[in-house]
Design a protein around this ligand. Structure first.
Ligand code: ADP
Ligand code: MG
Length: 342
């Protein structure tokens, strides 16, 4: 019998890896916009067509790439953001795995145009299913433009798995909010075909919240948000929590740490605890809470989408968070109360 084990060709390995990182159009949007943020962009323009099925375009005014880097960017585990394993624990960038572009190029047709300030000409790279079709010098604006066309053109099973346009679009918006709510000094424009969905100027957190969610008038963000702020040697917490009377069944709730959206059921409970007695059990408060910690004290690298984050000082932060929210609610709650627990 001859040996039977062999290494998979890159195209196959990339397609398998893509399954984890790129599940739907929204994942492409997330990865491209995060790259633009990492590139220092101050203005990011997004255009989608057919809920991202036929086109996801992200144009930024960030630092751009050299010709070699523009080609290298599509290799798996190719990144400019970390050099060694230690760097994983001092992350200040959204990306670091060097997987996104390789994954996207494995399952879509990609056109990249990019130019750095020091280069007169930029470069155009066309790549699809990991095959490079074109690489040439072109005139282009400073920064980077990605067009991702016909996602899953070569993976019919994945294409069929996509949901209706409305569902895919709502996934795209979810990813967009998670980035736009925390990168408030970056301006964004967002078009769905010819329709302008958002035109967000650079601003602060509160105005960004209103600009994104203000359309639903009944939430009255301006009136309902109370600011929270606290700073210790373990963590700085900043943000807004909704007044108890605006609590609802499906509330708007966001946690961020070091500029990154995160899911954190445990900290969610800490917030709820602060509302104890003030809201009904079936309801939940709105909140937008931003944590800043030493990157050494968190682990972001638990899952490819990086939304689950492990904190070293979870219990202590839990208490600090509850206290901060209580304080905000207490300041607002002017009815005098007597504490019999002393
Ligand atoms: P990661 O973000 O984890 O490094 P990616 O596959 O998303 O991996 O990107 C690979 C590399 O391509 C990045 O490290 C960066 O150097 C470069 N790159 C990607 N997008 C941009 C962009 N919009 N502007 C400048 N460089 C970019
Ligand atoms: Mg990236």
């Amino acid at each position: 019998m001859s040996d039977i084990i062999h290494l998979l060709p890159d195209s196959v390995a990339n397609q398998i890896a893509a399954g984890e990182v790129i599940q739907r159009p929204a994942s492409v949007l997330k990865e491209l916009v995060e790259n633009s943020i990492d590139a220092g962009a101050t203005f990011i323009q997004i255009l989608i067509k057919d809920a991202g099925r036929t086109l996801i375009q992200v144009v930024d005014n960030g630092k751009g790439m050299s010709e070699t880097d523009a080609r290298m960017a599509f290799e798996r585990h190719a990144t400019s953001k970390i050099k060694n394993a230690d760097d994983l624990f001092s992350l200040r960038t959204m990306g670091f795995r060097g997987e996104a572009l390789a994954s996207i190029a494995a399952v879509a047709q990609v056109e990249l145009r990019t130019r750095r300030a020091e280069d007169e000409l930029g470069v155009l790279v066309e790549i699809a299913g990991t095959r490079v079709f074109k690489q040439e010098s072109v005139q282009c604006d400073l920064g980077t433009s990605f067009q991702v066309k016909n996602l899953f053109f070569n993976v019919p099973a994945r294409r069929r798995f996509l949901k209706s346009d409305n569902v895919e679009k709502s996934h795209i918006l979810t990813e967009f909010y998670r980035i736009a709510l925390v990168n408030t000094s970056v301006a964004f424009s967002f078009f769905d075909g010819d329709e302008e969905i958002f035109q967000l100027p650079a601003s602060n957190n509160k105005i960004r919240i209103e600009n994104i969610f203000g359309k639903s008038a009944k939430k009255r963000w301006q009136q309902q948000l109370l600011s929270i702020e606290t700073s210790t040697n373990l963590v700085s917490i900043f943000g807004y929590v909704g007044k108890p009377e605006y609590a609802q069944k499906s509330a708007t709730q966001y946690f961020f740490v070091n500029g990154r959206y995160m899911r954190h059921p445990y900290f969610h409970k800490a917030v709820l605890l602060a509302y104890n007695q003030m809201i009904q059990a079936s309801e939940s408060p709105n909140y937008f809470i931003y944590f800043d910690v030493d990157p050494q004290t968190i682990d972001v690298n638990i899952h490819p989408t990086k939304t689950e984050i492990k904190f070293e000082n979870e219990q202590a932060i839990w208490s600090i968070l509850t206290a901060a929210v209580k304080e905000a609610l207490g300041k607002f709650n002017v009815i005098p109360s007597i504490d019999f627990d002393q």
